[in-house]
Structure formats: structure tokens, C-alpha cells
Write a protein that binds this ligand. Structure first.
Ligand code: NI
Length: 143
């Protein structure tokens, strides 16, 4: 990720990490697949990812998207989706709708707010009958 290269020059601390051979070999495979320059760079990225997930669990403010695929012919699904989205007008900053085929729609909601509220919103939307798939992708804003 490019923004990592812009990070401030802080004091670097070296420490040893022990891996069993098999795990290290798998890790090296991942490193070359993802194009990291070194094991250190890969480990730093993994730690950042873990910290971001922890931040989300601790209910920071987050930004992200909720992606939904639904069958708009399913009785009531459009009305229910619209109703819930209007209730959450504070969290949903924009929406994009794409017609996939004669029956299915793809909708992407850009969301911002407390992690717990957004997870609940995503769960509520996914639970609507006629919604075939739903996913919240979120990031802390404190990276
Ligand atoms: Ni549509």
C-alpha cells in the first residue's frame, strides 16, 4: 500500500522473530506473491492490518462500504432496503446502484460512523430476504 511509504521517520527497533521452517516457507511464499521487498516489510503490514481490525472491534469511528447484491423481483426487498437506508441517513453518505441483469442489482453504500452501528446496519441489510450477498469493508480513520 503506497501510503505506508509516506510514514514518518520514527525510531526503528529491531527484534528477533522465531518461525518453524514450514511456516516461514509459507510466509516467504506470501511475501513473493504480494511483492514485499523484505520479511520486515511484510510483518509490519500484517501488524498494521491486525491493529486496524482491533480498532474496528473497539468501536472507533470507521469509514467503508457495504456492498449488496439482491433480487429486486423478490417481494418487498426494495421497500425494506430503502426503509432501512433512510433510517440510517446519518451513516450512509452515498449510494451507487448497478443493474447486473434483468433481476439482480448491485448496490454499494458508502458509510461512515461508529463501528458497532455500521456492523449492525450491514447485518440488518444482509438479513433482508431477497438480499443474496452483503459485505461491509471498513477501515479505521486513525491509520
Ligand atoms: Ni437494479
Amino acid at each position: 500500500m503506497n501510503h505506508h511509504k509516506k510514514e514518518k521517520r520514527e525510531k526503528v527497533v529491531r527484534f528477533g522473530v522465531s518461525f518453524d521452517e514450514e511456516l516461514l516457507s509459507k510466509f516467504d511464499g506470501l511475501i513473493s506473491k504480494k511483492g514485499y521487498q523484505s520479511r520486515s516489510e511484510a510483518i509490519r503490514d500484517l501488524v498494521r492490518e491486525a491493529l486496524i481490525e482491533k480498532g474496528i472491534a473497539e468501536n472507533e469511528e470507521i469509514v467503508g462500504t457495504i456492498t449488496l447484491i439482491y433480487d429486486h423481483d423478490f417481494p418487498g426487498v426494495v421497500e425494506k432496503l430503502m426503509h432501512i437506508q433512510h433510517i440510517h441517513h446519518d451513516e450512509i453518505t452515498s449510494t451507487t446502484h448497478t443493474h447486473i441483469d434483468p433481476h439482480r442489482c448491485l448496490e454499494v453504500l458508502v458509510v461512515r460512523g461508529r463501528a458497532s452501528k455500521l456492523h449492525k446496519l450491514a447485518d440488518n441489510l444482509k438479513a433482508i430476504k431477497g438480499v443474496l450477498n452483503g459485505q461491509l469493508v471498513a477501515s479505521t480513520i486513525k491509520i
